[in-house]
Design a protein around this ligand. Structure first.
Ligand code: PEP
Ligand code: MN
Length: 334
């Protein structure tokens, strides 16, 4: 349930109403916009007399949120959420460029890529240390060592780092990781989501291979229900009958998510297409559709990459994509 307060409401009146709502055992999420304050009531809202609430002097409207996701809903938080990550942010007018290899392979590899992508416009460095591979015989990642190497690259370049977690028991290893990624395969690992909800870490939540937008938002809700609001959503393509691309990029998900939710949404054109030559056009499409950023796989030697080489761009190709994205952003912001 949300209560939109009148712009004339005083601080004291706002405090009183919040105290009253809390006194019946509900939590209150306060969203202060430029013009209005919106109170989101969390918990069993049957405990609140809706007529009494809407009859209060300072209350403009009371609405029940009909969607199953509440805290992730834009009704709950009308303005775009901007998620702070180290000294940068994701959401609102800031466009994020997360770039880096599918997996961290060696110190030379990650440092070289980090330096190159930073010089070419990346705002964050991505790199998998724990890899969810389809085959148990494929490279599984450098694990703890991979995270150490990412931290080294962060120290060298200042870029915040993004890396995937697969097991909640690994959380202590992610203490200095700026953004914890939940990959497509774990989007509905509810126990993992609940654990991440108990932290204050920024979570990059990727859409599952065969999940609806509503299911993605419900997974975000799991994290938010635990008290963690620092979530970035990611459209990375869904599985369809098409075989020329690895997945099918659902670009309309960007528009739908932006309407339904206040959370920032980025696009991963690398996993969406699986083909390096299609990454640029899909990144440009993402920017044109209103995405808050892109995540792109970049490798210094794609032909020898231990994971996802066919979709990896060289640093120079990434630079070209970043230039194109900026041109699109300039065009649509005019
Ligand atoms: C990744 O980003 O490295 C990854 C495995 O992506 P996804 O979970 O989207 O397949
Ligand atoms: Mn990959």
């Amino acid at each position: 349930m949300i209560a939109v307060l009148k712009s004339t409401a005083t601080e004291q009146q706002i405090e009183n109403i919040i105290e009253w709502i809390r006194s019946v055992g509900l939590d209150v999420h306060i969203s202060r916009g430029h013009y209005q304050t919106v109170l989101g009531l969390i918990g069993d809202t049957r405990k609140i007399d809706e007529d009494l609430l809407s009859g209060l002097d300072i209350v403009e409207t009371v609405t029940r949120i009909s969607e199953p996701f509440k805290q992730a809903s834009r009704k709950f938080h009308p303005e775009d959420s901007v998620i702070e990550v180290a000294d940068t942010s994701v959401g609102g007018d800031v466009f994020a460029f997360m770039a880096g290899p599918c997996s961290v392979e060696s110190e030379e590899q990650i440092i070289s890529i980090a330096r190159d992508v930073k010089a070419l416009g990346a705002t964050m460095l991505r790199g998998g240390a724990f890899k969810p591979r389809t085959s148990p015989y494929d490279f599984q990642g450098l694990k703890a060592e991979g995270l150490e190497l990412l931290l080294l690259a962060k120290k060298e370049t200042g870029l915040p780092i993004v890396s995937e977690i697969m097991n909640a028991n690994h959380l202590p290893m992610f203490e200095d990781v700026d953004v914890i990624q939940v990959g497509a395969r774990n989007m509905q690992n509810f126990e993992l989501l609940k654990e991440l909800g108990r932290t204050k870490k920024t979570i990059l939540l990727k859409r599952g291979l065969a999940n609806t937008i509503k299911e993605l938002l419900m997974s975000a809700e799991y994290i938010m229900a635990g008290g963690n609001e620092n979530i970035i959503l990611c459209e990375r393509g869904i599985r369809t009958f098409e075989t020329y691309t690895r997945n099918t990029l659902d670009i309309s998900a960007v528009s739908v998510i932006r309407e339904l939710s206040h959370l920032p949404v980025i696009v991963d054109p690398s996993h969406a297409t699986g083909v390096a030559k299609y990454v640029k056009s899909m990144a440009l499409a993402a920017a044109a559709a209103g995405a808050h950023g892109v995540m792109i796989e970049v490798h210094n030697d794609p032909a020898r990459a231990l994971c996802d080489g066919p979709q990896a761009l060289t640093p120079a190709q990434f630079g070209d994509v970043a230039k194109g994205v900026h041109a699109v952003l300039d065009a649509i912001r005019e």
